[in-house]
Design a protein around this ligand. Structure first.
Ligand code: SAM
Length: 249
Protein backbone atom coordinates (compact mmCIF):
# COMPACT_ATOMS: atom_id res chain seq x y z
CA UNK A 1 0.00 0.00 0.00
CA UNK A 2 2.97 2.34 -0.43
CA UNK A 3 2.11 5.47 -2.32
CA UNK A 4 -1.36 5.82 -0.82
CA UNK A 5 -1.99 9.33 0.54
CA UNK A 6 -3.28 8.30 3.98
CA UNK A 7 -3.18 11.89 5.26
CA UNK A 8 -5.35 12.86 2.30
CA UNK A 9 -7.88 10.15 3.20
CA UNK A 10 -7.88 11.35 6.82
CA UNK A 11 -8.58 14.89 5.68
CA UNK A 12 -11.38 13.89 3.32
CA UNK A 13 -12.95 11.74 6.10
CA UNK A 14 -12.76 14.72 8.47
CA UNK A 15 -14.40 17.05 5.89
CA UNK A 16 -17.21 14.51 5.30
CA UNK A 17 -17.85 14.10 9.05
CA UNK A 18 -17.71 17.88 9.59
CA UNK A 19 -20.44 18.29 7.02
CA UNK A 20 -22.70 16.54 9.56
CA UNK A 21 -21.00 18.07 12.65
CA UNK A 22 -19.41 21.48 12.15
CA UNK A 23 -18.46 21.47 15.88
CA UNK A 24 -16.56 18.16 15.61
CA UNK A 25 -13.12 19.58 16.43
CA UNK A 26 -14.40 21.51 19.42
CA UNK A 27 -16.04 18.32 20.66
CA UNK A 28 -12.71 16.44 20.35
CA UNK A 29 -10.90 19.29 22.14
CA UNK A 30 -13.28 19.16 25.11
CA UNK A 31 -13.01 15.35 25.16
CA UNK A 32 -9.23 15.63 25.50
CA UNK A 33 -9.53 18.43 28.08
CA UNK A 34 -11.58 16.02 30.20
CA UNK A 35 -9.07 13.20 29.64
CA UNK A 36 -6.35 15.51 30.97
CA UNK A 37 -8.53 16.67 33.86
CA UNK A 38 -9.53 13.19 35.05
CA UNK A 39 -6.76 10.75 34.08
CA UNK A 40 -3.82 12.98 33.14
CA UNK A 41 -1.62 13.43 30.06
CA UNK A 42 -0.30 9.85 29.67
CA UNK A 43 -3.49 7.81 29.36
CA UNK A 44 -3.97 4.33 27.98
CA UNK A 45 -6.96 4.88 25.71
CA UNK A 46 -9.47 2.63 23.99
CA UNK A 47 -10.65 4.42 20.83
CA UNK A 48 -13.95 2.61 20.47
CA UNK A 49 -15.40 2.33 16.93
CA UNK A 50 -12.33 4.29 15.89
CA UNK A 51 -13.03 4.55 12.15
CA UNK A 52 -9.93 6.10 10.60
CA UNK A 53 -8.51 6.85 14.07
CA UNK A 54 -9.66 10.47 14.38
CA UNK A 55 -9.64 10.43 18.20
CA UNK A 56 -6.29 8.61 18.33
CA UNK A 57 -4.62 11.13 16.04
CA UNK A 58 -5.77 14.10 18.12
CA UNK A 59 -4.90 12.25 21.35
CA UNK A 60 -1.30 11.59 20.27
CA UNK A 61 -0.83 15.06 18.88
CA UNK A 62 -1.80 16.55 22.23
CA UNK A 63 -0.41 13.84 24.55
CA UNK A 64 2.65 12.23 22.93
CA UNK A 65 3.07 9.81 25.87
CA UNK A 66 -0.44 8.38 25.47
CA UNK A 67 -1.12 4.95 23.99
CA UNK A 68 -4.20 3.90 22.08
CA UNK A 69 -6.05 0.76 21.03
CA UNK A 70 -8.44 1.41 18.14
CA UNK A 71 -11.32 -1.04 17.69
CA UNK A 72 -13.60 -1.15 14.67
CA UNK A 73 -15.27 -3.57 12.28
CA UNK A 74 -15.00 -1.59 9.05
CA UNK A 75 -12.15 -2.95 6.90
CA UNK A 76 -11.85 0.18 4.75
CA UNK A 77 -11.73 2.67 7.63
CA UNK A 78 -9.32 0.37 9.47
CA UNK A 79 -7.11 0.24 6.35
CA UNK A 80 -6.89 4.04 6.44
CA UNK A 81 -6.20 3.94 10.20
CA UNK A 82 -3.50 1.28 9.85
CA UNK A 83 -1.88 3.06 6.91
CA UNK A 84 -1.86 6.36 8.78
CA UNK A 85 -0.29 5.00 12.01
CA UNK A 86 2.02 2.39 10.48
CA UNK A 87 5.18 2.06 12.58
CA UNK A 88 3.77 3.98 15.56
CA UNK A 89 4.27 1.65 18.53
CA UNK A 90 1.86 3.66 20.66
CA UNK A 91 -1.08 2.47 18.55
CA UNK A 92 -2.70 -0.94 18.02
CA UNK A 93 -5.75 -1.64 15.87
CA UNK A 94 -8.16 -4.48 16.48
CA UNK A 95 -10.92 -5.75 14.19
CA UNK A 96 -13.97 -6.68 16.27
CA UNK A 97 -17.75 -6.43 16.31
CA UNK A 98 -18.90 -4.56 19.43
CA UNK A 99 -22.15 -6.53 19.32
CA UNK A 100 -20.22 -9.77 19.79
CA UNK A 101 -19.87 -10.33 23.58
CA UNK A 102 -16.43 -11.87 22.95
CA UNK A 103 -14.98 -8.68 21.41
CA UNK A 104 -13.14 -7.69 24.63
CA UNK A 105 -10.97 -10.79 24.33
CA UNK A 106 -9.34 -9.28 21.22
CA UNK A 107 -7.93 -6.34 23.20
CA UNK A 108 -4.24 -6.20 24.09
CA UNK A 109 -4.97 -4.89 27.65
CA UNK A 110 -7.41 -5.81 30.44
CA UNK A 111 -7.94 -2.24 31.64
CA UNK A 112 -7.95 1.30 30.25
CA UNK A 113 -7.69 4.79 31.75
CA UNK A 114 -10.16 6.12 29.19
CA UNK A 115 -12.62 4.72 26.68
CA UNK A 116 -13.36 7.38 24.06
CA UNK A 117 -15.91 7.14 21.27
CA UNK A 118 -17.53 9.54 18.81
CA UNK A 119 -20.40 9.40 16.32
CA UNK A 120 -20.60 5.63 16.58
CA UNK A 121 -22.76 4.17 19.32
CA UNK A 122 -25.99 5.27 17.56
CA UNK A 123 -25.15 2.36 15.22
CA UNK A 124 -26.28 0.07 18.06
CA UNK A 125 -29.78 -0.47 19.41
CA UNK A 126 -30.33 0.35 23.10
CA UNK A 127 -30.24 -3.26 24.26
CA UNK A 128 -26.82 -4.16 22.81
CA UNK A 129 -25.56 -0.71 23.87
CA UNK A 130 -26.63 -1.43 27.46
CA UNK A 131 -24.69 -4.70 27.31
CA UNK A 132 -21.69 -2.88 25.81
CA UNK A 133 -21.74 -0.25 28.57
CA UNK A 134 -21.67 -3.13 31.08
CA UNK A 135 -18.57 -4.57 29.40
CA UNK A 136 -16.92 -1.15 29.27
CA UNK A 137 -17.52 -0.65 33.00
CA UNK A 138 -15.40 -3.77 33.45
CA UNK A 139 -12.61 -2.42 31.23
CA UNK A 140 -12.28 1.08 32.71
CA UNK A 141 -10.08 1.19 35.80
CA UNK A 142 -11.41 2.75 39.01
CA UNK A 143 -11.13 6.52 38.56
CA UNK A 144 -10.98 6.09 34.79
CA UNK A 145 -13.45 7.55 32.30
CA UNK A 146 -15.74 6.70 29.44
CA UNK A 147 -16.72 9.48 27.04
CA UNK A 148 -19.32 9.12 24.33
CA UNK A 149 -19.84 11.97 21.86
CA UNK A 150 -22.91 11.35 19.73
CA UNK A 151 -26.30 12.45 18.52
CA UNK A 152 -28.52 12.02 21.61
CA UNK A 153 -32.19 12.82 21.10
CA UNK A 154 -34.49 14.11 23.84
CA UNK A 155 -37.95 12.91 22.75
CA UNK A 156 -39.52 15.31 25.28
CA UNK A 157 -38.61 18.33 23.11
CA UNK A 158 -40.10 17.60 19.65
CA UNK A 159 -40.56 21.22 18.53
CA UNK A 160 -36.99 22.15 19.47
CA UNK A 161 -35.72 19.00 17.75
CA UNK A 162 -37.62 19.67 14.52
CA UNK A 163 -36.54 23.31 14.32
CA UNK A 164 -32.91 22.46 15.11
CA UNK A 165 -32.92 19.70 12.48
CA UNK A 166 -34.42 21.93 9.78
CA UNK A 167 -31.89 24.67 10.56
CA UNK A 168 -28.98 22.23 10.53
CA UNK A 169 -30.08 20.65 7.26
CA UNK A 170 -30.46 24.03 5.58
CA UNK A 171 -26.80 24.77 6.44
CA UNK A 172 -25.82 21.31 5.16
CA UNK A 173 -27.64 21.97 1.87
CA UNK A 174 -25.70 25.22 1.46
CA UNK A 175 -22.40 23.42 2.19
CA UNK A 176 -23.37 20.71 -0.32
CA UNK A 177 -23.89 23.40 -2.92
CA UNK A 178 -20.30 24.49 -2.18
CA UNK A 179 -18.99 20.95 -2.88
CA UNK A 180 -19.10 19.03 0.44
CA UNK A 181 -19.24 15.23 0.08
CA UNK A 182 -21.90 13.37 2.03
CA UNK A 183 -21.56 9.81 3.43
CA UNK A 184 -22.71 8.02 0.24
CA UNK A 185 -20.57 10.18 -2.03
CA UNK A 186 -17.49 9.69 0.15
CA UNK A 187 -17.95 5.92 0.00
CA UNK A 188 -18.36 6.08 -3.79
CA UNK A 189 -14.94 7.78 -3.98
CA UNK A 190 -13.44 5.08 -1.71
CA UNK A 191 -15.00 2.33 -3.85
CA UNK A 192 -13.30 3.79 -6.92
CA UNK A 193 -9.84 3.86 -5.28
CA UNK A 194 -7.56 0.99 -6.33
CA UNK A 195 -6.36 0.32 -2.74
CA UNK A 196 -9.64 0.90 -0.89
CA UNK A 197 -12.00 -0.75 -3.41
CA UNK A 198 -11.67 -4.24 -1.96
CA UNK A 199 -12.08 -3.36 1.76
CA UNK A 200 -14.88 -0.98 0.79
CA UNK A 201 -16.75 -3.83 -0.94
CA UNK A 202 -16.31 -5.91 2.24
CA UNK A 203 -17.61 -3.11 4.49
CA UNK A 204 -20.78 -2.87 2.38
CA UNK A 205 -21.24 -6.63 2.81
CA UNK A 206 -20.94 -6.17 6.60
CA UNK A 207 -23.08 -3.07 7.11
CA UNK A 208 -24.95 -2.19 3.94
CA UNK A 209 -24.86 1.59 3.73
CA UNK A 210 -25.23 2.07 7.49
CA UNK A 211 -26.21 -0.16 10.44
CA UNK A 212 -29.51 0.48 12.24
CA UNK A 213 -29.45 1.79 15.78
CA UNK A 214 -30.97 4.16 18.37
CA UNK A 215 -30.06 7.66 19.54
CA UNK A 216 -31.45 7.81 23.09
CA UNK A 217 -31.26 10.92 25.25
CA UNK A 218 -28.24 12.07 27.24
CA UNK A 219 -30.25 11.21 30.36
CA UNK A 220 -30.68 7.62 29.17
CA UNK A 221 -26.93 7.32 28.56
CA UNK A 222 -26.08 8.74 32.00
CA UNK A 223 -28.60 6.48 33.79
CA UNK A 224 -27.45 3.40 31.86
CA UNK A 225 -23.78 4.12 32.58
CA UNK A 226 -24.49 4.55 36.30
CA UNK A 227 -26.45 1.29 36.32
CA UNK A 228 -23.50 -0.37 34.56
CA UNK A 229 -21.16 0.58 37.42
CA UNK A 230 -19.90 4.11 36.74
CA UNK A 231 -20.06 6.37 39.80
CA UNK A 232 -20.96 9.63 38.05
CA UNK A 233 -22.15 10.52 34.57
CA UNK A 234 -23.25 13.76 32.90
CA UNK A 235 -22.83 15.82 29.73
CA UNK A 236 -19.66 17.96 29.68
CA UNK A 237 -20.40 19.59 26.31
CA UNK A 238 -23.37 19.90 24.01
CA UNK A 239 -24.24 21.53 20.71
CA UNK A 240 -27.85 21.88 19.53
CA UNK A 241 -27.60 18.36 18.01
CA UNK A 242 -24.79 16.51 19.80
CA UNK A 243 -23.71 15.70 23.35
CA UNK A 244 -20.42 14.67 24.92
CA UNK A 245 -21.31 12.42 27.86
CA UNK A 246 -18.65 11.74 30.48
CA UNK A 247 -18.82 8.88 32.98
CA UNK A 248 -16.23 8.34 35.70
CA UNK A 249 -15.79 4.93 37.32
C1 SAM B 1 -19.33 7.56 11.69
S1 SAM B 1 -18.01 6.46 12.08
C2 SAM B 1 -17.13 7.36 13.33
C3 SAM B 1 -15.67 6.99 13.39
C4 SAM B 1 -14.81 7.83 14.33
N1 SAM B 1 -15.13 7.57 15.72
C5 SAM B 1 -14.93 9.31 14.02
O1 SAM B 1 -15.43 10.06 14.86
O2 SAM B 1 -14.50 9.71 12.93
C6 SAM B 1 -18.82 5.14 13.00
C7 SAM B 1 -17.89 3.97 13.25
O3 SAM B 1 -18.51 3.01 14.11
C8 SAM B 1 -18.11 1.74 13.67
N2 SAM B 1 -19.02 0.71 14.17
C9 SAM B 1 -20.37 0.73 14.07
N3 SAM B 1 -20.88 -0.41 14.59
C10 SAM B 1 -19.84 -1.16 15.01
C11 SAM B 1 -19.74 -2.44 15.61
N4 SAM B 1 -20.81 -3.18 15.86
N5 SAM B 1 -18.50 -2.91 15.91
C12 SAM B 1 -17.40 -2.16 15.64
N6 SAM B 1 -17.44 -0.93 15.07
C13 SAM B 1 -18.64 -0.43 14.75
C14 SAM B 1 -18.14 1.87 12.16
O4 SAM B 1 -17.43 0.83 11.52
C15 SAM B 1 -17.53 3.24 11.96
O5 SAM B 1 -16.14 3.18 11.85
Amino acid sequence: MTGTDWAGWQQSWDRQQEWYMPDREERFRVMLDMVEALVGPKPRVLDLACGTGSITSRLLQRFPDATSTGVDLDPALLAIAEGSFAGDERVTFVTADLKDPAWVRSLPYDTYDAVLTATALHWLHSEPLTALYGQLAGLVRDGGVLMNADHMIDEATPRINAAERAHRHAAMDRAKGAGALDWAEWWAVAAADPVLAEPTARRFEIYGEHADGDAPSAGWHADTLRAAGFGEARPVWASPSDTLLLAVK
